[in-house]
Design a binder for this molecule. Structure first.
Ligand SMILES: *Cc1c(COP(=O)(O)O)cnc(C)c1O
Length: 423
């Protein structure tokens, strides 16, 4: 690990040495009223805009203006197969094979579509296991699936909870849950990286456990995609979903990703909802053919997709493809390690990092508990030019993103926090 030092000079030198430092200039960094860069620590909520995004979207607007419907085949990037331009780079980011990945719909929609296929409850095996502090949308989604199948959403939901007085979920407890209830659980649905604690779960371990007990296993990787090396294929998970507007910098509400493991690529026994975009591309436009399922994740598409949003995704993925997720994660570990070092050096008893200290069990986000703090702390940080995220009752989440945050950002963040705590 790096030999971190306290001085600003150390941060300056690290930024100079940083191979990825030039990428910061390829993003629009939000500014304060004096035109000074804000310290943006919320790439875990909405990633910043690459400067190329406008150009990518403009290209599609131009082709639409000049070609109308002919753009489907004659645009510079023909719209009919636009999603195919994204598949390989997205597959590289999440560690999957191209046949396992598709970009479509939005995140919670994809989660539901995956549950149509992979949540197949029976009278005896119908429960869904999730982590206790799952993202609310995920919890609402699985509860509604339980109700949809006629089950009680209280009885049907099994929560993997942290122990009393702890924040992080514990694998021994998970094993105990499976021992006690494994044959009642139809589906395991966990956030690959927990949005609140920043804990990166061992997805392979969870998948193996779930499969051992005969459950289907899926992950919501909204906080993992573009942040950690996911290795979805090797995890063996049946499915995964994620959004592209957090670490993947593709714009507010942009389309989401979906992974279906190769072993299900031609599985015609799975339930699914279909549309013309799930149908064989060769015969799609004959319109009257019997339904002919596309193999792989593409076969879960319903509609022809919004090209303008896909253009924003392409702008971002082209950058990820150029850098490679390995280099991004490498810098991320240094940057977040530095952040952790500085926070520990504060020697503040009121501060506790609830994110795991093992770099393999986290991405770039640190969740900082500030005892007895209230939201005024967050307001003060905002006033000091720091964009961070506040979670009740007393947690600040900060995510130094390796593509656009610097060591200096982290240095200034911790110093401003220190000044505010000492007020
Ligand atoms: C961000 C996030 C969501 C948001 O869902 P949308 O359908 O994109 O609005 C859902 N789940 C998790 C785990 C998230 O991190």
């Amino acid at each position: 690990m790096l030999n971190y030092q306290l001085s600003l000079d150390f941060a300056l030198k690290e930024d100079q040495k940083d191979e990825l430092s030039t990428y910061r200039n390829q993003f629009h960094i939000p500014k304060d009223k004096y035109g000074k860069d804000l310290i943006y620590m919320t790439g875990n909520s909405l990633g910043l805009q690459p400067k190329t995004t406008k150009k990518y979207i403009h290209q599609e607007l131009e082709d639409w203006a000049n070609l109308g419907v002919e753009g489907h085949t004659n645009a510079k990037n023909p719209w009919l197969k636009y999603h195919e331009f994204l598949t390989e780079s997205m597959a590289n980011i999440v560690g999957a094979k191209p046949i396992e990945v598709i970009i479509m719909n939005t995140l919670t929609v994809n989660l539901h579509l995956m549950m149509v296929s992979f949540y197949k409850p029976t009278a005896k095996r119908y429960k869904i296991l999730i982590e206790a502090d799952a993202f609310p949308s995920d919890k609402y989604a699985v509860e509604s699936q339980l109700r949809h199948h006629g089950f009680n959403d209280k009885d049907g939901l099994i929560l993997w909870k942290a122990r009393q007085g702890e924040e992080l979920a514990n694998y021994e407890d998970l094993e105990a849950i499976f021992k006690a209830h494994g044959n009642e659980i139809a589906l395991v649905m966990i956030g690959g990286v927990n949005y609140y604690t920043g804990q990166y779960f061992d997805m392979k371990r969870i998948t193996n456990l779930g499969h051992k007990y005969g459950c289907m296993v899926g992950f919501d990787c909204a906080h993992g995609a573009g942040n950690v090396e996911l290795n979805l294929h090797d995890s063996g998970a049946d499915f995964a979903v994620w959004c592209t507007y957090k670490y993947l910098n593709s714009g507010p509400g942009s389309l989401a990703g979906c992974f279906v493991h190769e072993r299900h690529a031609n599985n015609k026994d799975l339930n699914r909802f279909t549309g013309w975009w799930s149908h064989n591309k060769e015969t799609r436009f004959r319109m009257r053919d019997e339904f002919d399922q596309l193999p792989g994740a593409e076969g879960w598409q319903l509609s022809n997709p919004p090209i303008l949003s896909m253009a924003a995704i392409k702008a971002s993925l082209d950058m990820f493809q150029e850098v490679g997720i390995k280099k991004i994660v490498e810098k991320s570990k240094k940057l977040t390690g530095y952040f952790e070092f500085l926070l520990k050096q504060l020697g503040e008893d009121s501060i506790r990092i609830i994110t795991p200290s093992n770099p393999k069990e986290r991405g770039c986000q640190l969740s900082i508990q500030v005892k007895n703090a209230d939201k005024s702390l967050h307001h003060k940080l905002t006033k000091a030019g720091i964009i961070s995220d506040w979670r009740e009752p007393e947690v600040i989440r900060c995510a130094p993103v390796p593509l656009y945050n610097s060591f200096q950002d982290v240095y200034h963040l911790v110093n401003k926090l220190k000044a505010i705590l000492n007020e």
